[in-house]
Write a protein that binds this ligand. Structure first.
Ligand SMILES: Cc1cc2nc3c(=O)[nH]c(=O)nc-3n(C[C@H](O)[C@H](O)[C@H](O)COP(=O)(O)OP(=O)(O)OC[C@H]3O[C@@H](n4cnc5c(N)ncnc54)[C@H](O)[C@@H]3O)c2cc1C
Length: 389
C-alpha cells in the first residue's frame, strides 16, 4: 500500500501550531508504520487489532482533550488532527479511540464522582482498560429517548435489566457506560466486566467497520453498587453531550479517510494507462472526479478547523457540530465512492484502501446520528420547528 501523502490545498498547515503539527505527524507515523501493516488482515478477520491498545495509550491518544487524571489536556485542533490521522488508517481505529475518549472517559470526567474519575480515567488514558458506551437498543436507534433498559433502585444499589445493541468495543471492555431509565429519568451507570447478570456478545456479519469490535450488551437482574451510578447525569441530555464530543471527532476523522482515498486515486490515475497510451488522469472525466474530491475535502478541512477554533473558545454548539459531522461524512463517502470508481476493478480489492473506507463510511454516516437526523437537528435549529416525529 502506498505511503500517505497529504492534501493541503489551502495551506492549513500554516495555521497549525508547532505542537499540533508534531502531534499530527507522530500519529501519522504510528498509523503508517504500526497499523497499516495489520489492517488488511484484521479487516478480513473482522477483528480490532487489540494488541495496539497499550501503544495507543502510550502515545496519549485516549481522552487526549481531557484535563488531569493522566490525560494530555490537548486543544480541540490537536484532538481533531489525531482523529484525522487515525481514520486515515481506518474508521475502526478512530472509532476505538473516539468511543474510549468521547463516550467513556468524557462522561466519567464530566458526570462522574471523584472516586470514579480516579479509579478509571488514568487506566483508560493509558490503554490499561477499555470502555464502551451503551445507548442504542434493538428498537431504539435514532430515538434513544424511547429506551427500555431500566435501572431500579434497591437497598443494595441498582438492578439493571435490558439490552443494548451495536456497541463498539463491547466485548473488549472492562467498563461499560450504560444509559438506563430510572424513576427519575435517564441516568448513566458504570457496569464492570464480570458483574453477575451482565453479558457481552460479539455481533457478526458486518460488511462495514470490520476492524472494530461491535457487540450486544445484555443485562439480566444485574446488580451494581450505588457508587457506580454517574451522579451528575441528568436525563438523555447528558448522553447527548457525549455524542456531541464524539461527533466533533468524527467531523475531523473522516477527513483522514477522504484524504487517503484522494491520494490513492490520484496516484493510481497518474499511473494507469488506457486507450491513447496516456494515463487516465489526462482525461477530463477523471480530472472532474479528482477536482470534486479536492474541492470538497478542502471545504471540509476549513469547516473542521473553524469548528475547532470555536470549540477551543467555548463557543461551538451542538448544531454547528451536527453541520460538520453531516457535511464531512457525506463528502468523505462521496470521495471514497469516486476513488473506488477511478481504480476500476482494482478498486474492489483490499490491496487498495478505497473500498474499505467506502464500506466503513456507510457506518459512519449512520452512527452518532444518521445523516437525516443531523438534517432534522439543523432544520429544527434554523426554523425553531422540530420535525423529528
Ligand atoms: C458499526 C456500528 C457501531 C455503533 N456503535 C455504537 C456504540 O458504540 N454505542 C451506541 O450506543 N450505538 C452505536 N451504534 C448505533 C448507532 O448509533 C445507530 O445505528 C444509529 O443511531 C441509527 O439507529 P438505527 O440503526 O436503529 O436506525 P433507525 O433509527 O432505525 O433509522 C433507520 C433510518 O430511518 C431514518 N430515520 C429515523 N428516524 C427518522 C425521522 N424522524 N425522520 C426521518 N428519517 C428518520 C434514519 O435516518 C435511517 O436512515 C453503532 C452502529 C454501528 C452500525
Amino acid at each position: 500500500m502506498a505511503k500517505f501523502q497529504s492534501l493541503d490545498f489551502y495551506d492549513i498547515d500554516s495555521s497549525l501550531s508547532d505542537e499540533d503539527r508534531l502531534i499530527r505527524n507522530t500519529v501519522r507515523e504510528f498509523v503508517d508504520n504500526e497499523f497499516m501493516p495489520l489492517v488488511r488482515e484484521y479487516y478480513r478477520k473482522g477483528e480490532f487489532p487489540d494488541q495496539l491498545i497499550p501503544r495507543i495509550g502510550e502515545l496519549g491518544l485516549l481522552g487526549s482533550n481531557l484535563n488531569g487524571y493522566g490525560c494530555a489536556g490537548l486543544g480541540a485542533i490537536a484532538y481533531g488532527l489525531i482523529n484525522q490521522e487515525l481514520e486515515r488508517g481506518d474508521s475502526g481505529l478512530r472509532s476505538f479511540a473516539s468511543v474510549q475518549g468521547s463516550l467513556v472517559m468524557y462522561p466519567i470526567h464530566a458526570f462522574g464522582s471523584e472516586e470514579q474519575k480516579e479509579a478509571w480515567l488514568p487506566r483508560l488514558a493509558a490503554g490499561d482498560a477499555v470502555g464502551c458506551f451503551g445507548l442504542t437498543e434493538p428498537d431504539f436507534g435514532s430515538n434513544p429517548g424511547g429506551m427500555r433498559t431500566r435501572a431500579e433502585k434497591t437497598s443494595d444499589g441498582w438492578l439493571l435489566n435490558g439490552a443494548k445493541m451495536w456497541i463498539t468495543n463491547g466485548t473488549l471492555s472492562d467498563i461499560a457506560v450504560v444509559w438506563a431509565r430510572t424513576e427519575d429519568g435517564i441516568r448513566g451507570f458504570l457496569v464492570e466486566k464480570g458483574t453477575e447478570g451482565f453479558e457481552t456478545k460479539a455481533m457478526h456479519g458486518k460488511l462495514s467497520l470490520r476492524a472494530s469490535a461491535t457487540s450486544e450488551l445484555l443485562f439480566e437482574n444485574c446488580l451494581i453498587p450505588e457508587s457506580n451510578m454517574l451522579p451528575k447525569t441528568t436525563g438523555l441530555g447528558s448522553a447527548l453531550k457525549c455524542l456531541t464530543q464524539a461527533r466533533y471527532g468524527i467531523a475531523w476523522g473522516v477527513l483522514g479517510a477522504a484524504m487517503a482515498c484522494y491520494d490513492e486515486a490520484l496516484n493510481y490515475a497518474k499511473g494507469r494507462v488506457q486507450f491513447s497510451g496516456k494515463p487516465i488522469a489526462s482525461h477530463q472525466l477523471v480530472q472532474e472526479k479528482l477536482v470534486y474530491m479536492l474541492n470538497e475535502i478542502t471545504k471540509a478541512q476549513l469547516l473542521a478547523l473553524q469548528l475547532g477554533k470555536l470549540k477551543d473558545a467555548g463557543k461551538a454548539n451542538n448544531a454547528q457540530v451536527s453541520l460538520a459531522k453531516r457535511n464531512n461524512v457525506h463528502i468523505a463517502l462521496e470521495t471514497a465512492r469516486l476513488a473506488r470508481q477511478i481504480l476500476g476493478a482494482n478498486g474492489i480489492l483490499d490491496d487498495y484502501q478505497a473500498m474499505r473506507h467506502l464500506c466503513n463510511l456507510e457506518t459512519v454516516i449512520t452512527y452518532e446520528g444518521t445523516h437525516d437526523i443531523h438534517t432534522l437537528i439543523l432544520g429544527s435549529e434554523i426554523t425553531g420547528l422540530p420535525a423529528f416525529s
